[in-house]
Write a protein that binds this ligand. Structure first.
Ligand code: ADP
Length: 245
C-alpha cells in the first residue's frame, strides 16, 4: 500500500452548546493514498464541508487527529498551521477565488511568491501545458470564461506541488461542458503528475471522475466505493437522501 497523503483518525466536530449543539462529525477515520482522487459525497448537512475544512487545516476538529504527509496538524500553532497549509495544500473553490487585478500567470505564481519560493520554470511550463492555458497567461480573470478561470485556479493549486489538493464543489459554478473539462484536468493531474485530490461534490457525474467515493451521512462514513460510476453513485445518493429525509 502506498503512503497516505492525508490521514484522519476518529474525527469529531461539535458546534454550539446545550440545545443548539450540533454534531457535524461523529468519528470519521479516513486514509487517502498518495496519487488518489477521492470524492466526498453525502446529503446536505451530512458533514462534507466540515470534514474538508478539518482535513485541510482550515478548521480544527473537536477531537481526533489529522496528518498531511508526515505532519500532524493537532497541536500546531495558528502560524505553523498556516505555513503547513501554504506549503503542503492546494485549494480549488467553487467561486474560483482569483485576484481580479492579477493576470492568469501572476495568479498561478502567487502561492510561490507568498512562500518566498522561486518558480521552477520546467514545472510551470508542464502545468500550463497540461491545463491548456499557454495563450491565456496575460489575461485577467474577467477576460476569461468560468472554465478558464477554474483551470487557472487548478494551475495555482498545482504550482507548489502540494501533498494534496482540496476541491470544494469545483464545478458548482460551471456549465456541464466546462465542468467536465475541469474534472478531466483534475483527473489528468492525478494520472500524469501523481497529484492527490480530495473533492467535495454533490454531482454524481463529478464523482465518476474519482478513483474512490466516500459517502457521509449524519457525520459518519457510511460507504466507501472504488472506481465509482455516475449511475452507481446516483443510486447510492438517492438511498441516503431518503434515509436523511
Ligand atoms: P454539508 O457540507 O454536508 O452540507 P456541513 O459540514 O456544512 O454539511 O454541516 C454539517 C452540520 O454542521 C450541519 O448540521 C450544519 O448545520 C452544522 N454546521 C456547519 N457549520 C456550522 C457552524 N459554523 N456553526 C454551527 N453549525 C454548523
Amino acid at each position: 500500500m502506498n503512503m497516505a497523503a492525508v490521514t484522519a483518525i476518529d474525527l469529531t466536530k461539535t458546534y454550539g452548546t446545550g440545545n443548539t449543539r450540533v454534531s457535524a462529525l461523529r468519528g470519521v477515520s479516513l486514509a487517502v493514498g498518495t496519487g488518489q482522487f477521492v470524492a466526498i459525497m453525502g446529503p446536505s448537512g451530512s458533514g462534507k464541508s466540515t470534514l474538508l475544512h478539518c482535513l485541510a487545516g482550515l478548521d480544527r476538529p473537536t477531537s481526533g487527529r489529522v496528518r498531511i504527509g508526515n505532519d500532524g496538524l493537532d497541536g500546531l500553532s495558528d502560524g505553523r498551521l498556516t505555513r503547513l497549509r501554504r506549503d503542503a495544500v492546494g485549494f480549488v473553490f467553487q467561486s474560483f477565488n482569483l485576484l481580479p487585478t492579477l493576470s492568469a500567470a501572476e495568479n498561478i505564481l502567487l502561492p510561490l511568491r507568498l512562500a518566498g519560493r522561486r518558480p521552477d520554470g520546467e514545472w510551470l511550463d508542464r502545468v500550463i501545458d497540461l491545463l491548456g492555458l499557454a495563450d491565456r497567461m496575460h489575461h485577467r480573470p474577467n477576460q476569461l470564461s468560468g472554465g478558464q478561470q477554474q483551470r487557472v485556479a487548478v494551475a495555482r493549486a498545482l504550482i507548489t506541488r502540494p501533498s494534496v489538493i482540496f476541491a470544494d464543489e469545483p464545478t458548482g459554478n460551471l456549465d456541464s461542458r466546462s465542468g467536465a473539462e475541469v474534472l478531466s484536468l483534475l483527473r489528468a493531474s492525478v494520472r500524469e503528475l501523481g497529484q492527490t485530490v480530495v473533492m467535495v461534490t454533490h454531482d454524481p457525474r463529478a464523482a465518476g471522475y474519482a478513483d474512490r467515493v466516500v459517502f457521509l451521512a449524519d457525520g459518519r462514513i457510511v460507504d466507501d466505493a472504488t472506481n465509482p460510476t455516475p449511475e452507481g453513485v446516483l443510486e447510492r445518493m438517492a438511498r441516503l437522501e431518503v434515509q436523511a429525509a
